[in-house]
Design a binder for this molecule. Sequence first.
Ligand code: GLC
Length: 422
Amino acid sequence: MEATAQRDEEARAILRANDRGGYSVPNRRVYPFQWNWDSAFVALGFATFDRDRAWREIETLFAAQWRDGFVPHIVFWQDDPGYFPGPDRWQAGEQVRTSGITQPPVAASIVRTLWNDDPSSRDRLATLFPKLLAWHRWFWRHRDFEDRGVVVTMHPWETGRDNSPEWDVPGAAIDTAGVEPYVRRDTSHLDAAMRPTQLEYDRYVALVDFGRSTGWDHARIAAHSPFRVADIGMSMIFLRANRDLLALAEALGESAAAAEIAGHVARAERGIGWLWDDDAQSWCSRDTITGRPSGFVTSASFLSFWAGLVDPARDAAMLAHFERIGTRVRYLMPSLDPDDPGFQMLRYWRGPVWAVVNYMIGHGLSEAGHVEAGARVLADTTALIARSGFYEAFDPTDGAPTGGDTFSWTAAIWLVRTEQQR
Ligand code: GLC
């Protein structure tokens, strides 16, 4: 109990220390700017001890929104030489310099939680709502341009799961020959064995250079990007976020918006089956250029429960994967199936456990009625942090820390653990 109270204090101290005045950095050295989905989860953590600050985290993110509704994955509120690619390489942004790609749209779901816990925040909700809706419209326009009801990403960084093996085969189509020389900064802070490879980095930078060459014209990017993959993680997160945005629209009496959003929820429910892979018996990302499913079972595959999809046969297949993986590792949910030959327990999104993904899987399973499975994921998350501290990610086999320390979103997820996990 005492150790828990100490961890609580540490978690709050991390959020305060990573606070740059209205927004948080994910980690002070490796990620010294504001990141999109990190901020959403961080708001949840702040809400446990400072509600005003929680809303501000999201409001600051939306202060960087472009006129067309786009919300960037990084906002460069101040300079910092510790990260590459910085604002000069991206050449993007309106009111403030930003990146030119987005990130998993979890914000509407988090805002709904903030509002449920604090109905006195109605004015703040009402101010944010049109901004959230504009962002979702941007997604419908530029990330689901084939009207399939899924999210098609244009960059591995956009998925938030940077080096997942799902991007390896589609990524081979990216020509890296013309990439101007650059110096990575991540590997000067962290062990390269925990980070994406040089080839992967070259592909990331090539896609940044390509986007910049279009002036970040997302219609052109969607038509010509060499990388266009329907990401299972973003697709599930967006479906859930649309359900939550719909609930917010109804609460605010925004009936026209509610009807519009409901139409998109229905479309996603009809279309998302395109991402079911019969061979893998799993939800999997799919390359839209070749049509090929990735075949990888990743932690994102289990977000179908978070998305609120109900399909007994598919749910049973996912729960069978869950049981199998649960016997292979001590801590759920590894970012890649441990039976996959490419599984690496310390290399970023090829094995390690991420607290924020566990938060969504755990709550998704519980809400879907798979209470025991959900409780295990949430309990494993707490156990990992209790054991190893507030790291970026964790080795699923023994709980060893990996990546950066004093991580904001890990601290936030610790603070919002449920009563059963305490
Ligand atoms: C890495 C992660 C991404 C996260 C960012 C900041 O790029 O893959 O999900 O948002 O770091 O923490």
